[in-house]
Design a protein around this ligand. Structure first.
Ligand SMILES: NC(=O)C1=CN([C@@H]2O[C@H](COP(=O)(O)OP(=O)(O)OC[C@H]3O[C@@H](n4cnc5c(N)ncnc54)[C@H](OP(=O)(O)O)[C@@H]3O)[C@@H](O)[C@H]2O)C=CC1
Ligand SMILES: O=C(CO)COP(=O)(O)O
Length: 324
């Protein structure tokens, strides 16, 4: 496993490319746009990470066939584009090759989790998910963090973790695929709610209360879909929720701040929770899982409630047992 391919050269794709190169692997980095690839080759500049240099062990390419020869493939496009990318990739992937989703979301319309999409589009691959507290900018610059890599076979996840990992980028491994993908998808929606709290200046107490009750929702949803508690309380669940609910470095949190302040979020910044909120709320309702915060975010981003209506709906809910 000496060559790792990365499909998608956005912020997270290029950050992962640098991290994996630092781990000593050769990296093939695919972008769909030939001009972007030419610019990356020429200037070694990451297209969506200002001031980040692309490591010399990374080979940018616009030829998807080149990624198929790699020992493992990381799919690093937005959640709503993952099916399209997986479908394009499918003819190039050898049987039993690990294909790891690095997107955080749930597909709108189908309600599919990221690894379900890979299983549908590339059935011969071994689908996994990489998720956890990891801002692209931090990882690209070599700042330390830890994430979780989940594959159906824990031994495979352990081997791949050793290939991807370094002192600064530390993947823990698990076979709880569903648990890891739920954490990443749900935290983005909840981070929008935290951003709204910050934007409306509701105070640090409200921020802590909302994050905690948001985590209770994440756990309820996760359990309903078969996730393990230790995963939900780990890096990809609680860890990533804490990160994204605490700083404007998170695009989802920033998106929420803009909503809370009554202005438009800056264009061009991907806030995945905006697109996943509806799918998350629908899946929760389908399983009878109560997720009032996620539901409120859904109503706001889908344009059915104002921010004030969402806040009022949450603050006037009946008092209840904390453990229920
Ligand atoms: N940024 C971060 O800190 C982190 C992001 N993630 C997750 O990673 C995923 C990607 O995020 P990020 O890299 O930040 O997003 P960006 O917006 O920075 O980049 C998205 C990339 O995907 C490409 N892309 C979009 N649609 C398609 C498609 N249909 N086929 C092929 N390529 C496509 C874009 O290409 P083009 O430029 O041509 O449009 C672009 O290179 C998200 O799910 C996010 O939640 C996870 C951890 C950290
Ligand atoms: O997933 C991330 C950190 O782990 C990135 O969060 P944002 O997409 O909210 O910036």
């Amino acid at each position: 496993m000496n060559t790792i391919a990365i499909v998608g050269a956005g912020a997270w794709g290029t950050a992962l490319a640098n991290a994996v190169a630092r781990a000593g692997r050769d990296v093939v980095l695919w972008a769909r746009d030939e001009k972007t690839v030419a610019a990356m080759r020429r200037g070694r500049v990451a297209p969506r990470l200002a001031g980040v240099r692309i490591d010399d062990k990374v080979t940018p390419t616009a030829d998807l066939a080149q990624t198929g020869a790699a020992d493992a493939i990381l799919l690093v496009v937005p959640a709503q584009a993952l099916r399209d990318a997986a479908r394009q990739l499918a003819p190039h992937v050898a049987a039993s090759r690990p294909v790891i989703a690095c997107a955080k979301g749930i597909e709108r319309g189908t309600g599919a989790f990221m690894t379900e999409i890979i299983a549908q589009e590339i059935p011969s691959a071994v689908a996994g998910i990489l998720s956890g507290p990891s801002f692209a900018d931090d990882v690209a610059r070599g700042l330390p963090t830890a994430v979780t890599l989940a594959m159906p076979d824990d031994a495979m996840a352990r081997d791949l973790s050793a290939r991807l990992g370094s002192t600064a980028f530390r993947p823990y491994h698990t076979d709880d695929v569903r648990g890891v993908e739920i954490g990443g998808a749900a935290k983005n929606v909840l981070a929008i709610a935290s951003g709204i709290v910050a934007g409306r200046k509701l105070g640090a107490s409200a921020a802590a209360a909302l994050t905690t009750r948001g985590f209770a929702e994440l756990v309820r949803f996760g359990r309903a879909f078969g996730a393990r508690s230790d995963t939900l309380m780990g890096l990809s669940g609680l860890g990533d929720l804490l990160l994204s609910c605490s700083t404007a470095q998170s695009r989802n949190f920033s998106f929420g701040i803009a909503l809370g302040e009554g202005r438009l979020a800056s264009a061009g910044k991907l806030a995945e929770g905006q697109f996943t909120a509806l799918a998350l709320a629908q899946k929760a309702a389908g399983q009878g899982v109560e997720m009032p915060i996620a539901q409120a975010v859904c109503e706001v981003v889908e344009g059915r409630w104002t921010v004030d209506q969402a806040i009022e709906a949450l603050l006037t809910r009946p008092f209840r047992s904390e453990g229920a």
